[in-house]
Design a protein around this ligand. Structure first.
Ligand code: ADP
Length: 162
C-alpha cells in the first residue's frame, strides 16, 4: 500500500492546501495530513482545532486521515511506513525553502519528497496572508473551505474583545 504524508502547520487549512491534499489522494492509496506542532508559535487555532478543520474540509476523501506530530517529520513518515512526502510549490520562494529540506529528508531516510505545482488559482494563498487579510476585515471566504471560513469569522469575533 502506498502511503504519503502531507505536512504543514495548517493554521488554518486553505483551499490551496485542500487542492494539494486532493491531488495527492488520487496518486496514493492513503494520505496522512500531518499537523506539525511548533510550541514556540501560538497560532490562530490549536492543533486539535486544525485537525478538526482539515477533517471537515476533506470529509469527502475516504483515503485521507489527519494526525499531528512533534519531532522530525521523517521519523513519523518511517513509523507509518510512508514512501513519500508531498508538498505544494507556489513559486521559487517555496522551492528555495523546500529543496534543502527535501534533500536532508532523503539523505536521512531515503524518503523522497514529491512536489505538486500549486494551481495558479491558489498560488497567492498562504495561511498567514489569509489571517492578515481577515484580521483587517478583508473577505477571505473564497480562499477557505466553508467550515474553515466560519471558524475564522468566529475566532475573529472572539478576539475582537481581547
Ligand atoms: P502556509 O505556507 O500556508 O502557512 P503550511 O506551512 O501549512 O502553509 O504549508 C504546508 C504545505 O502546503 C507546504 O508544502 C506549502 O508549500 C503548501 N501550500 C501552502 N499553501 C499552498 C497553496 N496555496 N497551494 C499549494 N500548496 C500550498
Amino acid at each position: 500500500m502506498s502511503i504519503a504524508v502531507c505536512p504543514g502547520s495548517f493554521d488554518p487549512v486553505t483551499n490551496g492546501h485542500v487542492d494539494v491534499i486532493r491531488r495527492s489522494a488520487r496518486q496514493f492509496d492513503e494520505v496522512v495530513v500531518t499537523v506539525l506542532i511548533n510550541e514556540s508559535k501560538r497560532g490562530m487555532f490549536t492543533v486539535d482545532e486544525r485537525i478538526e478543520l482539515i477533517g471537515l474540509a476533506t470529509s469527502d476523501l475516504t483515503n485521507v486521515r489527519v494526525q499531528s506530530w512533534h519531532g522530525l517529520l521523517v521519523h513519523y513518515a518511517q513509523d507509518i511506513g510512508a514512501r513519500a512526502i508531498v508538498k505544494g510549490l507556489r513559486g521559487s520562494g517555496d522551492f528555495e525553502y523546500e529543496s534543502p529540506m527535501a534533500r536532508m529528508n532523503k539523505s536521512l531516510t531515503g524518503i523522497d519528497t514529491y512536489f505538486l505545482l500549486a494551481d495558479p488559482v491558489y498560488g497567492h494563498l498562504s495561511s498567514s496572508l489569509v489571517k492578515e487579510v481577515a484580521r483587517f476585515g478583508g473577505d477571505v471566504e473564497p480562499m477557505l473551505p466553508a467550515p474553515v471560513h466560519r471558524a475564522v469569522v468566529q475566532r475573529m469575533a472572539e478576539r475582537s474583545g481581547d
